[in-house]
Design a protein around this ligand. Structure first.
Ligand SMILES: [Zn+2]
Length: 261
């Protein structure tokens, strides 16, 4: 009864943190980038490295097309997002660290969301000569719609209106350095929590995948909820293979109805 075990962990914890990946959003209709039908089966991931973005107008244009397709689907938060938002509202969950760029945790009502791979709803200036995968912009940021309006108006490759630098979605591309601020916040949250739920992540992409291990090293219990086994399964307290929404909903219901006598 692994869901019952998770319910016990939830009841015993007052400082929960969540670490989420693509599997949290699949119920919202956002396919895992690596799954059949996922974004990377229709676009070539080798095209979307940070360095290629800077060097090729065609890559930038294809990148905007991919973002437009993503936003047009208008994904909505699902019950996995809502369970986590409810736990935070009840004062039991400290925050969510997410690898996702879709903003659905915030849409569900989560307030403390640490986006370690950025987000798709903002664009930012990355400058004209960023080196070593580190954006070097002037500070210009805008909503995604800013770029879409310019592209609709005939500018296939919109520049920064302040400095003329390249503008890019505020996500972390392949070959781009992880943003220091969010990674530091994520590490602090991992050290602060007493239970870390790693949900819907294959835990393959480091350094992000090291966050659950940081929590474990700092004394938290760690539970992995994922459709498939992960390489970190042997190092954590509990592994549940299943869909995030189903597992979380059942576990929270069980935790709230179990007698506390
Ligand atoms: Zn600029």
């Amino acid at each position: 009864m692994t869901v019952a075990e998770l319910a016990e962990h939830l009841r015993a914890s007052s400082r929960i943190a969540a670490f989420t990946g693509a599997g949290v959003s699949t119920e919202s209709g956002i396919p895992d980038f690596r799954s059949p039908g996922g974004v990377w089966t229709r676009y070539d991931p080798r095209d979307f490295t940070f360095d290629r973005y800077i060097s090729s107008a065609e890559v930038r244009h294809n990148s905007w097309k991919m973002r437009e397709e993503f936003m047009a689907a208008m994904p909505q938060p699902n019950r996995a997002h809502r369970v986590l938002a409810d736990l935070e509202a009840e004062g039991r969950l400290l925050g969510v660290i997410t690898q996702n760029i879709d903003g659905l945790h915030q849409d569900a009502g989560s307030r403390n969301v640490i986006e370690i791979h950025g987000n798709v709803r903002e664009v930012q200036c990355i400058g004209l000569f960023p080196k070593h995968g580190i954006p070097d912009g002037c500070g210009f940021t805008a909503h995604h719609d800013w770029a879409m309006e310019r592209i609709a108006g005939g500018d296939a490759d919109p520049d920064c209106p302040s400095c003329g630098g390249y503008v890019k979605t505020a996500t972390v591309s392949f070959g781009q350095a992880m943003p220091e601020g969010p990674m530091e916040q994520a590490s602090l949250l991992a050290e602060e929590c007493d239970l870390l739920l790693a949900i819907g992540s294959s835990l393959e992409v480091f350094p992000a995948a090291g966050i659950p291990l940081d929590a474990k090293a700092a004394g938290a219990r760690v539970v992995i909820i994922n459709r498939d086994p992960t390489d970190l399964d042997a190092f954590v307290d509990l592994v549940i293979n299943g869909e995030a929404g189903t597992v979380l909903t059942e576990a929270v219901r069980a935790a709230n109805t179990t007698s506390t006598d």
